[in-house]
Ligand binder design. Structure first.
Ligand SMILES: Nc1ncnc2c1ncn2[C@@H]1O[C@H](COP(=O)(O)O)[C@@H](OP(=O)(O)O)[C@H]1O
Ligand SMILES: [Mg+2]
Ligand SMILES: [Mg+2]
Ligand SMILES: [Mg+2]
Length: 326
């Protein structure tokens, strides 16, 4: 199965959502709303989830969607201002809709896992988005636990990492068995991408989160050194890190449990789209013990801890360094 229709729907939805996010970011300093777990969310996260769930509902009315956000808080009377803002941003990309439509689309993204489901991170890297840094709109389709399709829109990512002040906005797309591509968000030809070759010294660098609470910078640094990476890390928010590995601009992405939250379980929407983009570009993704990420259980990757993403060639060496206590 080629997933042609799914791919077109996912790309169009992600592009519309990315447009909404950039509109929010250029028109205002996005306000951080605190969720019950104290993590931030913005009107752009809600708007992006509404736009994408709307598109999936229209094309695949029976499909399940597991998105990061829900509309419970937005439904509170105290949130009327924010709801009006979300509605107006959704209108700016999809035309005339009501606040009720918006709330219902957001809540369409709160399914349980089934044999076939979409998982959506409407803004991955909300903290990066708030800092005017990297973020991604991440959407993936999973069937029987296997990611079949992944789309990552990274509006703030330079098209050429060597020219950080050049054009920004990259779209990564992968379909199982068909390879991975990237293209500028502004349009153009989709170019096939490939992970870095083992002898590509210039790109022998690693990426990790900006947030110290989302990883273990000290141990990540030690592991990278142990496997022969001498360059300092490139710190980047969001699944743009998967894009960096998939396009050969970094050989490794390390995400080890933060000492502040040693029992944290990663979320499916933080990894599904990135995983297929890297795998289809020739790389490898496992947890820190070498187990594949199990997307068939729940919104949390309950059977996995930490995430290791690599060009493949160095993967076993990284796992060995980890198991020997590095
Ligand atoms: N203690 C923790 N350990 C690892 N990841 C965490 C975490 N707390 C939150 N996160 C996740 O880290 C994601 C951002 O990753 P990164 O730091 O690589 O940009 C967040 O996604 P959202 O921004 O979508 O909420 C959130 O799901
Ligand atoms: Mg979040
Ligand atoms: Mg996320
Ligand atoms: Mg998010």
């Amino acid at each position: 199965m080629s997933y042609e229709q799914e791919k077109q729907v996912a790309i169009e939805a992600a592009l519309a959502a990315a447009k909404l996010c950039e509109k929010v970011r250029t028109e205002r300093v996005p306000e951080s709303i605190e969720k019950s777990d104290k993590s931030p969310v913005t009107v752009a996260d809600f708007g992006s989830q509404a736009v994408i769930c709307r598109a999936i509902a229209a094309a695949f009315p029976n499909d399940l969607v597991i998105g990061e956000e829900n509309a419970a808080e937005l439904r509170q009377p105290t949130m009327a201002n924010q709801l009006a803002q979300v509605t107006s941003y959704v209108q700016s990309v999809v035309g005339d809709v009501t606040s009720d439509d918006v709330l219902n689309w957001i809540d369409r993204g709160n399914s349980e896992i089934g044999e076939r489901y979409w998982t959506l991170d409407p803004i991955d890297g909300t903290k990066g988005f708030l800092r005017q840094d990297q973020y991604a709109v991440a959407l993936a389709l999973v069937e029987l636990g296997e990611v079949k399709l992944g789309v990552l829109a990274c509006p703030a990512l330079p098209v050429d990492l060597d020219r950080p002040d050049g054009e920004k906005g990259v779209l990564f797309v992968a379909v199982r068995g068909e390879g991975a591509t990237m293209m500028p968000l502004s349009g153009g030809e989709a170019q096939p991408i490939r992970v870095t070759a083992a002898d590509d010294v210039a790109n022998m660098r690693f990426v990790e989160s900006v947030e110290s609470g989302h990883g273990d910078h000290g141990r990540q640094d030690a592991i990278a050194k142990a496997v022969g990476i001498t360059a300092s890390s490139l710190r980047m928010d969001s699944q743009a890190k998967y894009g960096a590995v998939a396009s050969g601009r970094a050989a490794l992405y390390l995400r080890l449990p933060s000492p502040k939250t040693p029992d944290y379980r990663e979320k499916i929407w933080d990894h599904a789209a990135g995983t297929i983009v890297v795998e289809e570009a020739g790389g490898r993704v496992t947890d820190m013990y070498g187990k594949p990420l199990n997307f068939s259980l729940s919104a949390k990757l309950v059977e996995n801890q930490g995430v290791i993403v690599s060009s493949g060639a160095i993967h076993d060496t990284v796992l060995a360094a980890l198991s020997s206590g590095g």
